[in-house]
Design a protein around this ligand. Structure first.
Ligand code: UDP
Length: 382
């Protein structure tokens, strides 16, 4: 394999799904790579703890003013991007290829790549459509990709299709599915329900996601209102902008009848496998298409029956009815019925879970993801 040095770039230093996935890739390629982040935070610490070299540029979070919904770029954000691009270009010259892990870091990397005369790969982990981004941001990202990206790695067919539908060049795109190490899920011991405030004999539905409205917690809460004997473990924190307000809404609802005492919000945690093992069913009720959905694979690796919204990358991970129950996004009654079905038919739930667990273990391995990503890097360096 060509030994060109790789510069991974991510704007975020919180631990979202994109960052956890890059963590695995950067660890596997740490002998020949550095990571640049645009702010300090837990992702930086996790990378360093695993022997990955990290540099922080623009340490004050200079890009925070740019939102996915922004329409006209402010003078401040244009200045922030060009200053960061100049700084990043200096680091990029010590590497053979830039590898951007998020839309914001791709825009900065695309500019830096011009200055430093280096190719740039974009690992696209978002569905570029109007439910997630403003029209202006979609145009800007697609233009930058079509003119500057050597390759675009999409984390699912759904992500790739949305990029092409938005005007992205199909020949740039390779689909590389996320892969997850099964071991932490196989070795996990359940967290005691008592320490989480959950009744020992309750039927427990688990949700694992950051607290953004599109992840569908309102839909889950609506369904739980109609299921008085079910309790819920809600794992995840407010990571990105707008999520703190949503967390307050959820906490207040969880403290009000009819959910009071049945819905337990435990915030962001780093013991997801053990918490999954504590649940009877895992639900992912996103109301917008999930680009991939690491938690879908993780729930099955944890050998828990799964209910998920039937959209986006989720449909490429599991087959509806044989490996999981997929319900229409936003459909409260369908979600309620699915929870009732799995709680009253544990044998059927276990059969689906076993089929799903076998499938995700074989099809979404961390090694396959790293091999896929490495092939694209090699092609670009060839
Ligand atoms: N996760 C976590 N702690 C939490 C909640 C979630 O470590 O409290 C992890 C979860 O296990 C998964 C990732 O965050 O690996 C979320 O990835 P996903 O693709 O499901 O969603 P994203 O955050 O990328 O939208």
């Amino acid at each position: 394999m060509s030994e060109g040095r790789i510069l991974f770039v991510d704007h975020a230093a919180v631990l979202g799904g994109a960052e956890l996935s890059l963590l695995d890739i950067a660890i596997a390629l740490r002998e020949r790579s550095n990571v640049v982040l645009f702010e300090h935070g837990p992702f930086e610490e996790r990378l360093r703890a695993n022997g990955v070299a990290v540099r922080i540029l623009g340490g004050s979070g200079a890009l925070r003013s740019i939102k996915k919904s922004s329409t006209i770029p402010s003078a401040r954000s244009v200045l922030a991007v060009s200053n960061l691009a100049r700084d990043l270009a200096r680091t990029a010259r010590e590497h053979e290829v830039l590898y951007a892990n998020s839309p914001k870091s791709f825009l900065v990397s695309a500019a830096a790549a011009v200055i430093a005369r280096r190719p740039v790969i974009w690992h696209l982990r978002d569905i570029i459509d109007p439910t997630h981004f403003s029209a202006a941001n979609i145009r800007l990202m697609v233009l930058a990709a079509n003119t500057r990206a050597a390759r675009v790695i999409a984390n699912s067919r759904a992500t790739a299709d949305a990029f092409v539908a938005a005007g992205g060049k199909p020949q740039l795109v390779t689909v590389v599915y996320n892969g997850i190490d099964p071991r932490p899920f196989e070795e996990a011991t359940p967290v005691s329900r008592a320490t989480l405030g959950i009744d020992e004999d309750a039927f427990v539905v688990g949700s694992f996601s950051r607290l953004h409205p599109w992840k569908g917690l309102r839909v889950l809460f609506d369904a739980l209102e109609e299921l008085p004997n079910v309790q819920a473990l809600i794992v995840g924190g407010a990571l990105f902008s707008g999520e703190a307000e949503f967390e307050m809404e959820l906490r207040s609802r969880a403290n009000t009848d009819p959910l009071r005492g049945r819905v337990h919000l435990v915030g962001a945690r780093d013991d997801v496998p053990a918490l999954m093992a504590t649940c009877d069913v895992i639900v992912h009720a996103a109301i917008a298409p999930e680009p991939f959905g690491r938690v879908i694979v993780e729930a099955l690796l944890a050998r828990r029956p799964l209910i998920a919204a039937n959209a986006g990358g989720v449909r490429e991970i599991v087959e509806n009815g044989t490996m999981a129950i997929l319900t229409p996004p936003g459909d409260v009654a369908a979600l309620r019925d699915a929870i009732e079905l799995l709680s009253s038919h544990p044998g059927r739930a276990a059969l689906m879970m076993e089929a799903g667990a076998r499938h995700v273990r074989a099809s979404f391995s961390r090694d396959a993801m790293i091999a896929g990503v490495t092939r694209v890097i090699e092609d670009v360096l060839a």
